[in-house]
Design a binder for this molecule. Structure first.
Ligand SMILES: C[S@@+](CC[C@H](N)C(=O)[O-])C[C@H]1O[C@@H](n2cnc3c(N)ncnc32)[C@H](O)[C@@H]1O
Length: 275
């Protein structure tokens, strides 16, 4: 990491050693898991961290590895991070009103159609849409166009100057694609946070189905270095990782099992190998 990157000099650090503030909102963000993964990773801090499903970077920015490979299948998040690496300053106007929102959504979709989704303009618009759209969702229609509606937030604190992230991201490499295409070595520490296994619904989360969960467990089990994986603690996920000889810990997630008044905490699995 470069020398000028100190906790004192940067406004992006969270209080109480909780790492750096994630720049995007992200469904399934695992900030609450940092306190469980950090004591494990600290023993291997010199090793490169590989996150095949980096999403909103909540865990990476909590662990603050010196070296990392951060991968996701979402091209817009990866493009945004690559622009943060270059020290992004957002130039576009950012207004929290419906007319501006739909105008910017249209501009973003025009960039996608023109094949310019890795442009700086796309990165700026993606940040604006992520902050201003409904629940920070990232959803696309069948044509691949962003279709999240306006979020109706009262107040939004837009950030323009992302230069602080440049130092943190100095030795982090962002890659785009399916997890299995990652080039890992036996010295890498993998933390994997795939889309949740949802046992009883017809639709897999983010197109990640049961075969993908099995493919992931096999890929992780073949890694000769350290592996930590989190997921929803469904019965079949527990058996899958038991079958691949992972050690298993079940945690209470900070969310409830249902939104219908049932106060039971949802269960999350942390599974480890070679730790
Ligand atoms: C639960 S989220 C990760 C959240 C992240 N740990 C955080 O704290 O913000 C799962 C991520 O997996 C990505 N994803 C889905 N299928 C994938 C695949 N086949 N390969 C790589 N990434 C994938 C999604 O885009 C999503 O960002």
């Amino acid at each position: 990491m470069v020398e000028s990157f100190t906790r004192q000099s940067s406004a992006i650090f969270l209080p109480n050693e909780r790492g750096i503030r994630p720049p995007l909102k992200w469904a399934g963000g695992k900030r609450w898991l940092v306190s469980h993964v950090k004591p494990i990773y600290e023993r291997y801090q010199k090793q490169r961290l590989v996150e095949p499903f980096c999403g909103g970077l909540a865990v990476t920015l909590g662990l603050l590895p010196d070296k990392a490979i951060l991968n996701d299948i979402n091209p817009h998040a990866i493009n945004f991070y690559n622009w943060l690496k270059r020290g992004l300053m957002i130039a576009i106007e950012m207004n929290n009103d419906e007319i501006s929102y739909y105008r910017n959504r249209e501009k973003f979709n025009q960039l996608i159609l023109a094949g310019a989704q890795d442009s700086r303009a796309a990165a700026e618009l993606f940040y604006y849409l992520n902050r201003t759209g409904y629940n920070g969702l990232c959803r696309f229609n069948k044509k691949g166009l962003f279709n999240v509606p306006f979020g109706k937030y009262k107040n939004i604190n837009y950030k323009r100057d992302f230069r602080d992230y440049k130092n943190a991201f100095f030795d982090w490499h962002f890659t785009l694609g399916d997890f299995e295409l990652l080039d890992v070595t036996a010295k890498d520490f993998i933390y994997a946070d795939p889309p949740y296994d949802v046992e009883f619904t017809q639709y897999a989360q983010e197109g990640f189905n049961w075969e993908d969960q099995e493919r992931l467990a096999r890929w992780l089990a073949s890694h000769r270095g350290q592996v930590v994986v989190s997921n929803q603690a469904t019965e079949r996920i527990i058996s899958l990782y038991e079958k691949h000889k992972f050690q298993i810990e079940i945690l209470d997630a900070p969310r409830m099992i249902s939104c219908t008044g049932d106060r039971t905490k949802a269960k999350e699995i942390l599974a480890y190998r070679n730790i």
